[in-house]
Every structure is written in C-alpha cells, then in structure tokens.
Write a protein that binds this ligand. Structure first.
Ligand SMILES: Cc1ncc(COP(=O)(O)O)c(C=O)c1O
Length: 413
C-alpha cells in the first residue's frame, strides 16, 4: 500500500487524536496478579475444567462445528446444554449464542422494532447499546439507576403506542453495582413494560449455586429474557439467552447473529457443561471473592479512594482523568498487579478509573498488599507526574477525583 494512501492517512490522524487524549489502546500481555479478568471464581485454570475438555475430545467431541446451527453446526450436545441451562436459571428455555455480544445484539435487534420504546440504563454495555441501535426502536437513556427519572419517562410514554422494554445489567460491568431488580420489575409491571436483564457479571457469582442476581432476588423466570455469558465466571465462551420457548423459536428465525454465524465447536458445550457443574459447587469461592471485595472497598475508602456504589467483585477506583488512570495503572503494574486503566468510551467522560475485578484465587496476602499499595499508586504525586488536572487534584486533597456523574454518557456507549 503506497505511503500517501489517503484512507490510511485519515486513520493515522484518528489514532493521533486518540493518543493526544490519552485514549489510544494497545494490546498488551497481562502480567502479575490478576485484577483485570472476569474470572471471578478462578475456574479458568481449574484442572477439572481442563480435564473435562480433554475427556470430551478423547471421547470424540468434534473440534469444529462446520456451520451455523441452522446448517451443519447443530449437535444434540448443544440442545441438551440449553435445556440444562434453562433449568438452572429457572427459565422455560434457552438459546446459545457464540458470545455475549452476539446474544445481546441478536436478541435486541430481533425483538425490538421501530414502533417500540426502549428504556436503557446509561451504563449499559456496548453490546446492549448496539443491539438497541440496530433495532431502530425509540430510546430513552436514563441516568444510571435513576429510577425516579425512569418512572417519570415511563409515565410520559404511557399514552404512546408501541411496546415498552427496560434493559439493564444486573451487575454493571464498569461500576460493579447491582440493579434494583425487584423495583425495576415492579415499574415494568406497572407501566406494561418488559424487563430484559444482562446477567453477564452475575451468573456464577450471585444467587443459589451461582444462578444469578434474578435468582437471588426471587425473580428467576419472571422476566422476558435474561442473558448469561459463559466467558466470565463460567470460564468458557458464548452466552445463553434464557426466555420462553416461543421467544427462543423466534430468535432461531430472526436473530441475525444466531443465524449468520458459525456455531462454536461441540467440545465447547462439554466445557460449559462442566463449568456449570463446578459453579454450582462453588459456594466457598463465591463467599471468598465477595468477602475480598467487601474488605478491599472498606480499606480503599478509608484511604480516601472513591469506589462508587460497587457491591460485587468488580471494584472501580474512580480517578477522573485518563492520564491519572493510566499513571495509577502503571504504578500498580509496577507493584506486580495486572490491571488496566478504563477510559472513555468504555466509561463516561471524566470518570476514567482502575477496574479491579477480583477473583477467588487471590490469596489473603495478595488482597492485603493490594489494599496497602493501591492508595500509594493513586497518590497525587504519582498522578501529577503526568498531569495536574481535576482527578489528581481531587486525590491530593484526600478527596478522590471526579465521581460518576449520573446520566453522563460517553460518546459511543
Ligand atoms: C455486561 C456485558 N454484557 C455482554 C458482554 C459481552 O460478552 P462476551 O464477552 O461474551 O461477548 C460483556 C463483556 O464484557 C459484558 O460486560
């Protein structure tokens, strides 16, 4: 490709703009004590899971699906797995997608349409946002967990024709806080809306035997659809949409990310099945990781750091500026912890942060050391080495940087 190619020149300009705003991403190899994965139960390196895959392969499980589920890619093992998962989360049925992203985009773009109105939390994951965009439904983005705002907008839309949907995560991926699902379900019932819940960060961690937050609050099987990814606590990949049988049959016919994509290889179904078994028995790991999070939050808050409304193994440390978050992440990596700075558009502008995702395989010593060194890594002079903006100035005064602004939405989210 010639050097002066105008398209590549435009891309270079775009990359330079990202770099100037401390928003350029580069691939890295995480090293150190893991604080940046979603492996909440630590099952990704579990020998039992590895052995389940080896056993399945030795017994002849195929290593390629060779096509979409509607063509050559279906196998009894997928259907058995869907039945088992539906039973696990108390739904009538479940449909497996190749990723959580594909599940959310496929579900929302197929189910919602231009005549509908969707109420979407401002902190929702990009896959929910993209699914909503593709559906061309009218959107009302409500400030993160602001139920008063949501109620007012539901009321004002009450007379409008078309169906209403409320879309939330049960545990928010960047905030680590929990949606008040009972109140949301009550609002949905009052205004004739359907509730759709993404359980990506709750499955395996909350609920009886890790069934998720809907189960924990007694709402299992009570929402139109819930999405459960397998790439996080379940240490595998893909995702289930749990829903009534009719919706499953509709998605098989209408969800483009299901129809037009090669199925995952059948051996993965054995891995997920084994992972569900391990998750169900993992009460000790669930307790451990949640206790780590409680203690860490308490110690960080006592040191003057802002951890938002986190109430899960995801503990954000809000720093405000991109530069400050990058500097703190660098310092923490220097202390031996694998951590990445999270910046817009993954989070709203001005709320760059460290996102610590804890895992049950951390040791008590790891957690103690983390609680000790993290405030050091967020000290004003560490952050000021790079910038003297709002985030670091707040910290230097013992008052952490920019808090989450309710309703603030980053471009691209
Ligand atoms: C809330 C939420 N939903 C969906 C996804 C997408 O899942 P997957 O990584 O399986 O595509 C993620 C991934 O990070 C997520 O955090």
């Amino acid at each position: 490709m010639p050097d002066g190619n105008p398209i590549l020149a435009r891309l270079k300009d775009d990359l330079a703009t990202l770099e100037a705003g401390s928003q350029l991403r580069e691939l890295a190899h995480p090293a150190g004590i893991d604080l940046c994965s979603n492996d909440y139960l630590g099952l990704s390196r579990d020998l039992r899971l590895r052995q389940a895959v080896i056993r399945a392969l030795n017994e002849g499980a195929a290593i390629a699906s060779t096509g979409s589920r509607l063509l050559s890619g279906n196998a009894p093992t997928w259907e058995e797995l869907e039945t088992e998962f539906a039973r696990f989360v108390g739904a009538e049925s479940a449909l497996f997608f190749t990723s959580g992203y594909a599940a959310n985009v496929g579900l929302l773009s197929a189910l919602l349409g231009p005549g509908d109105c969707v109420f979407s939390d401002s902190a929702n994951h990009a896959s929910l946002i993209d699914g909503i965009r593709l559906s061309r439904a009218r959107k009302v983005i409500f400030p993160h967990l602001d139920l008063n705002f949501l109620e007012a907008r539901l009321r004002s839309e009450d007379a409008e024709p078309g169906r209403k949907f409320i879309v939330v995560e049960s545990v928010f991926s960047m905030e680590g806080d929990r949606a008040p699902l009972e109140e949301l379900a009550a609002l949905a019932a009052r205004f004739g809306a359907e509730l759709i819940v993404d359980e990506a960060h709750a499955v395996g961690v909350f609920g009886r035997e890790g069934r998720g937050l809907l189960d924990e609050v007694g709402l299992a099987g009570c929402v139109l659809a819930s999405v459960h990814t397998c790439g996080k606590a379940l240490a595998s990949m893909g995702a289930f949409v749990a829903c009534p049988e009719t919706l499953k049959r509709f998605l098989i016919n209408r969800a483009r990310t299901f129809i037009f994509s090669t199925a995952l290889p059948p051996y993965m179904a054995f891995q997920i099945r084994a992972a569900i078994g391990l998750v169900r028995e993992a009460d000790d790991r669930r307790c451990r990781v949640l206790e780590f999070a409680v203690t860490l939050r308490r110690r960080l808050q006592a040191a003057g750091l802002e951890t938002g409304r986190s109430d899960s193994p995801i503990v954000p440390v809000l720093l405000g500026s991109n530069e400050g978050a990058l500097a703190a992440a660098r310092a923490l990596r220097g202390a031996g912890f694998a951590v990445r700075a999270i910046r817009p558009p993954s989070v709203p502008l001005g709320t760059a942060r460290l996102r610590l995702s804890l895992t049950a395989t951390l040791t008590q010593q790891d957690c103690d050391r983390l609680a000790r060194v993290l405030p050091e890594c967020c000290r004003a002079d560490v952050l000021d080495g790079v910038t003297t903006d709002r985030g670091s100035a707040g910290l230097s005064a013992g008052m952490p940087g920019a808090r989450l602004k309710p309703g603030a939405t980053a471009p691209g989210r």
